[in-house]
Design a binder for this molecule. Structure first.
Ligand SMILES: *Cc1c(COP(=O)(O)O)cnc(C)c1O
Length: 379
């Protein structure tokens, strides 16, 4: 480690950014003794999300985004031995719950416009599986880094082949496609409020659906699947996945500042683009027409793996966090034996891509410092 590093203030990739009123809601939970996985903050946070997303959206807040994906798959009827089509270029939490159920993920590579699931490969995969007499049970599509996937094209395929979509919107709260919010496109969608996401409850997630029955089933399964009886009786296997009323208080405070958080993240991206675009061969992912990204993380593509690594290591020397783009699931040792439909896009992104610090709490001088160091390496 560079000995000078201790003199340099750490710049994080994406750290929590409190708005100010979170403590008030948490204090209220203590004052009223709602220190439980239910209470006014849970209801309040669900209502805040509902009004933010779309009034006909039903929300169940849960202990994590991963838990929401797990319940989402169960509610879509995924069982042991089933096949689930899953975007390969994503965080492992999109795929792990498929394995929890004893089902098999089939990984689908990305297209270049949004870096998300390729409609062409998705259809190819469905046709191949149907020709083998196997119909996949669900499609897990992800709005990676906040950029919406090709919503219309994916939905059209889902309807044509009658395979439901589980929309992983963990990174895309506040992103939009054709003016509609991400989280409202799938048969079921999920959000994450992990510490590094655009807003946080320190840990948490939500399941979203327009079907009120499914929302109530999610809450039922998340609270140990108790039948209605005075004693404890269970007819199906339950989970303990509900969000705590204390943490939901943090979420309520965060929802008061969500618009500012989106604006700040988008400003980071524009700052990087403005200052780095003129450099040789540093590429950015623009929004296609009709797409609005919350720019959860600002990503750049270097001309080669070597230059990407040079940038990453020199930032590390300056005590600045950065991170290669997600390693595709079809390249992960844990999923080595799963089937995949690939075209080289996500492998290339993984080789050349880097996430720069992207927190909504970055100061102008932080951004200047980051840009100065990237320029020094690339020039
Ligand atoms: C963060 C994340 C998740 C999981 O959310 P947790 O709340 O951390 O369990 C799922 N999918 C994607 C794409 C994510 O980035």
């Amino acid at each position: 480690m560079n000995p000078n590093i201790l003199h340099k203030t750490k710049i994080w990739l994406s750290s929590p950014h409190m708005g100010g009123n979170e403590r008030r809601y948490v204090q209220e939970a203590f004052d009223t003794n709602w220190v439980a996985p239910l209470g006014p903050n849970v209801d309040g946070f669900e209502n805040d999300l509902k009004s933010f997303l779309q009034e006909d959206c039903h929300v169940a807040v849960l202990s994590s985004g991963t838990a929401a994906l797990h319940l989402g798959l169960i509610l879509l009827g995924v069982k042991a031995g089933d096949e689930v089509l899953c975007q390969s270029f994503t965080f492992s939490a999109s795929a792990n719950p498929i394995k929890y159920l004893g089902a098999n993920p089939i990984f689908i590579d990305s297209e270049k416009n949004t870096w998300n699931i390729s409609p062409k490969l998705l259809e190819e995969a469905i046709r191949e599986r149907l020709s083998k007499g196997r119909k996949p049970k669900a499609i897990v599509a992800v709005h990676l880094y906040g950029m919406p996937y090709m919503v219309d094209e994916i939905k059209e395929i889902s309807l044509r082949y009658d395979i439901p979509i589980l929309e992983d919107s963990a990174e895309a709260l506040g992103s939009m496609y054709q003016g509609e919010k991400c989280g409202t496109f799938g048969d079921i969608a999920i959000l994450s409020f992990n510490g590094n996401k655009i807003i946080t409850t320190s840990g948490g997630g939500a399941l979203l659906t327009k079907d009120e029955y499914l929302r109530d089933q999610a809450v039922f399964l998340a609270t140990q699947a108790r039948d209605s009886a005075p004693h404890y009786q269970h007819s199906v296997v339950g989970h303990n996945y509900r969000m705590s009323n204390v943490l939901a208080g943090i979420g309520r405070g965060q929802m008061e500042v969500i618009e500012d958080r989106i604006e700040a993240r988008r400003n980071n991206y524009h700052f990087y683009k403005e200052h780095l675009q003129s450099l040789n061969n540093i590429e950015f992912l623009d929004e296609p027409d009709g797409f609005f990204s919350n720019r959860w993380l600002s990503c750049i593509l270097a001309p080669s793996f070597e230059i990407r690594e040079a940038i990453r290591l020199s930032l590390e020397d300056e005590n600045i966090d950065s991170r290669p783009l997600w390693k595709p699931m079809h390249l992960q040792p844990v999923f080595a034996r799963c089937q995949s439909f690939v075209n080289g896009v996500s492998e290339d992104l993984f080789e050349r891509g880097l996430c720069l610090p992207s927190g909504s709490n970055l100061e102008p001088q932080d951004l200047e410092r980051i840009v100065k160091n990237v320029k020094r390496i690339v020039q």
